[in-house]
Design a protein around this ligand. Structure first.
Ligand code: SAM
Ligand code: DTB
Ligand code: SF4
Length: 323
């Protein structure tokens, strides 16, 4: 359990729903108060993503263009050579990223994959970047190997509520995800865990997702809130778009429930106006994915993000390493 008395892990569903139901101005005000008590309100942390192994995934996540089961037009690629990964990390650092997140389209990695990923982690860390990987389900031994290799963060999302989960993914269970998250936490690796909204889930599902995240034994250090990126060929293509105000409310409720976590405005920014992103920052988001690509889909161009930050008077920062 967390030692900090401000951090709660006993949220009840009706309390989360009550936050969601606040008048918008009251919700944003409350989120700002919490945000300012824990963070510099004008500073945003930026992470860059790289897909180190793309496509041909055996899982059936209904949102994902990398599943082998769906006919999206991505080109599958084997695990990247280390020099190419380090080149991309250097470019991300030169553009100002403080964390480099490497994603692989695996259900679970093989032990020999872990050795190659550890080499990548060590190379990226040597550049002074924080490291994050997202590789699917892990065994105890693999988790400890990543920790010994110096990994800072592991990303593994709950994605949605336990109730809605089986509508989206059938090839692994919610409990499988919780088990991997517990391994990562127990190994002493920082946890990056959030979800996706706009997948056709209900208000209750969104509240339950946040309840699940905040009631983990320790809040994830990073909480990515993704807006579904609808990709042609995936089952979730054509889902009714989520009201942007509900997305902003989700960010604000996450901020209030997990006061010390970096809430990341994650996938979906390419379809958001500057004004909507500004409202997300006002609601307490203080991290973004930065760089022209997410894993396989487009993200805003870096110069567009830097221009928005300049207009908002936002500074980048938040790394645990010296710049
Ligand atoms: N294969 C690993 C896994 O699923 O755990 C790691 C990579 S996977 C692509 C990482 C996360 O990206 C998923 O858990 C999901 O939350 C997010 N994601 C994937 N496709 C997305 C989409 N179309 N829109 C929004 N988020 C997406
Ligand atoms: C997360 O929560 N979102 C990122 C990262 N963690 C790995 C991935 C978003 C992927 C969006 C679809 C794509 O580009 O393939
Ligand atoms: Fe595979 Fe991850 Fe995509 Fe699911 S989200 S299909 S596990 S790459």
């Amino acid at each position: 359990m967390s030692q900090n008395p401000v951090l709660r892990h006993d949220w009840q569903l009706d309390e989360v729903q009550a936050l969601y139901a606040l008048p918008f101005n009251d919700l944003i005000f409350n989120a700002q108060v919490v945000h300012r008590a824990h963070f510099d309100a004008n500073e945003i942390q930026i992470s860059s993503l790289l897909s180190i192994k793309t496509g041909s995934c055996s899982e059936d996540c209904g949102y994902c263009p990398q599943s082998a089961r769906y006919d999206s037009d991505i080109t599958p690629e084997a695990l990247m050579p280390i020099d190419k990964v380090l080149e991309a990390a250097q470019a991300a650092k030169n553009q100002g990223a403080s964390r480099f997140c490497m994603g692989a389209a695996w259900r679970k990695p093989k032990d020999k994959d872990i050795e190659r990923v550890v080499e990548m982690v060590q190379g990226v860390k040597a550049m002074g970047l924080e490291t994050c990987v997202t590789l699917g389900m892990l065994t105890d031994e693999q988790t400890l190997r990543l920790k010994d290799g110096g990994l800072d963060y592991y990303n593994h999302n709950l994605d949605t509520s336990e109730d809605y989960y089986s509508e989206v993914i059938t090839t692994r269970t919610y409990q499988d995800r919780l088990d991997t998250l517990a391994r990562v936490r127990d190994a002493g690796i920082n946890v990056c865990c959030g979800g996706i909204v706009g997948m056709g889930e209900t208000d209750v599902d969104r509240a339950k997702l946040l309840q699940e995240l905040a009631n983990l034994p320790k809040h994830p250090e990073s909480v990515p809130i993704n807006m579904l990126v609808q990709v042609e060929g995936t089952p979730l293509m054509g889902t009714e778009a989520l009201d942007p105000i509900i997305f902003i409310r989700t960010v604000a409720v996450a901020r209030i429930m997990m006061p010390e976590s970096r809430v990341r405005l994650s996938a979906g920014r390419n379809n958001m106006s500057d004004e909507m992103q500004a409202l997300c920052f006002l609601a307490g988001a203080n991290s973004i994915f930065y760089g022209d690509k997410l894993l396989t889909t487009d993200n805003p161009m870096t110069n567009q993000d830097l221009a928005l930050f300049a207009r908002l008077g936002v500074r980048t920062g938040g790394s645990s390493y010296a710049a």
